[in-house]
Write a protein that binds this ligand. Structure first.
Ligand code: ATP
Ligand code: MG
Length: 203
């Protein structure tokens, strides 16, 4: 056996071992139900990942609800796309701009509660396969919404429904409750080297 052949042989063995591991994990995962996911961390990619799941779900004709708890002043591509191309997606956006821009705490709380009313209705409706609660974590962090109320609604949602929560922070109770938590780590961001937020990439 020459060098190349033995490399190939080793690679084949390693792959067989890896496949056996993955197969046994697939076999062990026997529970069929919707999943609750938190996408958090300081890096870029939380909301765009959630909208990637919206696209996946729509590919299967699933029913999707999206609630955005912080609406930027800027229109976003996902907002335009859903409004113009996906009339089947129920989209609700909180009426205020960035929370740190509005200095009206009680007005923000009223808006947060109004927005939560829409979200909690979706979380109680088993016709939704996927519910995205974009930037919800800030409502918990600012105490605009009662944490326990949010946790209960997520915990008591229909068995087949999946929910995705995005935003930094959000607290350990939420992370404990859900099935999957991913933290997007900020290694570097274009903004910090003076590059303007880019249409179709950042918004
Ligand atoms: P995206 O919507 O791009 O997935 P995100 O949801 O992870 O980002 P947010 O905190 O919601 O992040 O901020 C949204 C906007 O802020 C986007 O324009 C994004 O590019 C930008 N942003 C995200 N992370 C950072 C960062 N670490 N530094 C500077 N800007 C950031
Ligand atoms: Mg976001």
């Amino acid at each position: 056996m020459n060098d190349e052949q033995s490399k190939n042989e080793r690679h084949k063995k390693a792959m067989e071992k890896q496949k056996a591991k993955v197969d046994s994990r697939i076999e062990a995962a026997s529970t069929e139900r919707g999943v609750a996911i938190v996408l958090t961390g300081n890096g870029k990619g939380k909301s765009s990942s959630a909208f990637g799941m919206v696209m996946r779900a729509l590919g299967y004709g699933h029913k999707v609800g999206v609630v955005q708890f912080i609406k930027g002043e800027q229109l976003s591509g996902e907002e335009l796309y859903i409004k113009n191309q996906c009339p089947q997606v129920d989209l609700y956006q909180m009426g205020t701009g960035f929370t740190w821009n509005t200095q009206d705490r009680s007005g923000d709380i009223r808006e947060a509660e109004k927005t939560w009313a829409v979200a909690s209705k979706m979380l109680a409706d088993d016709s939704y396969d996927l519910v995205v609660l974009d930037e919800l974590t800030y409502m918990i962090a600012y105490k605009y919404l009662d944490e326990q109320m949010v946790l209960d609604a997520i915990a008591n949602r229909p068995v087949e429904q999946s929910v995705v929560v995005t935003g930094r922070g959000g607290g350990s109770a939420l992370q404990e409750l859900v099935d999957t938590v991913s933290e997007v780590k900020d290694i570097k961001h274009a903004f910090k080297s003076g590059i303007k937020a880019r249409k179709g990439v950042d918004y």
